[in-house]
Design a protein around this ligand. Structure first.
Ligand code: FES
Length: 364
């Protein structure tokens, strides 16, 4: 036989002592409080951390053919938030475009940030805007730094950079060299004239006094490299870090398993191609125009063409910058949970209509 007690009415100490049991009496008092706290914690939405900064351009430098670097300081003259190799900043450009650039300066220097930008003539206009409109003294808002391409020191490293993809790789190489790690860098591009920071890379290699760790391969002198050539020497125990154009990422991912290397870490500097997409439509507001989204394009690229101020950053579904409210239509969500997908909004860089030919009305 068992006796059940309501916790709100603690049982007596014993058959002969009618006073409430002290331990159970204490539990009766604190349990409702703990349950309320727990329910509140569950209900509480994560609060986004505002990491916006006012920056001022302190220097613009020509680094290579069509490549400039920009240095920024805090507009209030204070120290900047720290960062680690692989981190990037989101910059709000004067036009309202938001674009993402890897930090390529010295992480121990909290007085300046440095980025480098290659001018893409047929791009979406962000790089042209930077090249044409930003000069020393310009102020702009930035967000971050954030890191989706972190370098984890330890073990041998093979760094591979394709052209402007050197920007996140350079601080990693500097960190690896400073720690005396076993590292190599393969730096590839069309020609030496197009490759920024060759002098800084030479200086790192020379300072180490070690056998040649850097291989510069250019298409004009060496031909277009194969993935096997780029991955040569990456065996068990080696981590590979790569930043470059999407076709090269795809080729390296295919070739990587045969190397037996420990891990392939990569970052794209442009959107991944749309694979296996189907066409659909987006309507801009309940009474707005309807735009067709072809099978091989994203809703973001179509919308940004109409509205260049459309916000985006990673174009890979992890940052959440492009998220827009959805009024009607069924969405096939893509992207990471970290970008907080929900039925009432859509990451327009990677999500599409759930049905081929379907229409999604966005609240824009
Ligand atoms: S641009 Fe980053 S999630 Fe779409």
């Amino acid at each position: 036989m068992s006796t059940e007690y309501d916790l709100r009415t603690p049982p007596p100490r014993s058959a002969t002592d009618p006073r409430p049991d002290p331990v159970l009496a204490l539990m009766a008092r604190v349990t409702p409080f703990l349950l309320r706290q727990s329910a509140r914690r569950k209900r509480r939405e994560p609060v986004p951390v505002d990491r916006s900064l006012r920056l001022v351009v302190t220097e613009v430098r020509h680094e290579a053919e069509d490549v400039v670097s920009l240095r920024f300081a805090a507009a209030d003259g204070g120290p900047l938030p720290g960062w680690h190799p692989g981190a990037h900043l989101d910059l709000d450009l004067p036009s309202g475009r938001r674009r993402q650039y890897s930090l390529c300066g010295d992480p121990t220097d909290l007085t300046t940030y440095r980025i480098a930008v290659r001018r893409i003539e047929k791009g979406d206009g962000g790089s042209r805007e930077i090249h044409e409109q930003l000069s020393a003294g310009a102020e702009l808002r930035a967000h971050g730094p954030r890191n989706a391409f972190a370098y984890a020191p330890g073990g041998a490293c093979l760094f591979i950079a394709g052209g402007i993809g050197i920007t996140p790789i350079l601080p990693m190489v500097q960190a690896a060299a400073a720690m005396g790690a076993d590292w190599r860098l393969v730096y590839t591009g069309r020609s030496r004239a197009t490759l920024p920071f060759l002098d800084e890379i030479d200086a790192i290699e020379t300072a180490g006094g070690a056998p040649a760790r850097v291989t510069v391969r250019t298409d004009d002198a060496d031909g277009v490299p194969t993935p096997d050539l780029l991955l040569a020497g990456a065996g068990p125990g080696t981590s590979v870090y790569f930043c470059g154009p999407p076709p090269l990422i795809a080729a390296l991912r295919d070739a990587f398993p045969a190397t037996g290397a420990t891990g392939l870490h990569f970052e794209r500097f442009s959107a991944a191609p749309v694979v296996d997409g189907t066409p659909f439509e987006i309507r801009l507001g309940p009474d707005g125009p309807v735009l067709p989204v072809p099978a091989d394009r994203s809703a973001l690229s179509v919308l940004a063409e109409q509205r260049p101020e459309t916000g985006y950053s990673c174009r890979q579904g992890f940052c959440g910058t492009c998220r827009l409210p959805v009024l009607t239509g069924e969405v096939a969500h893509a992207g990471s949970v970290a970008a907080r997908r929900s039925d009432t909004n859509m990451l327009i860089c990677v999500s599409r209509s759930a049905t081929s030919g379907g229409r999604i009305t966005l609240d824009v």
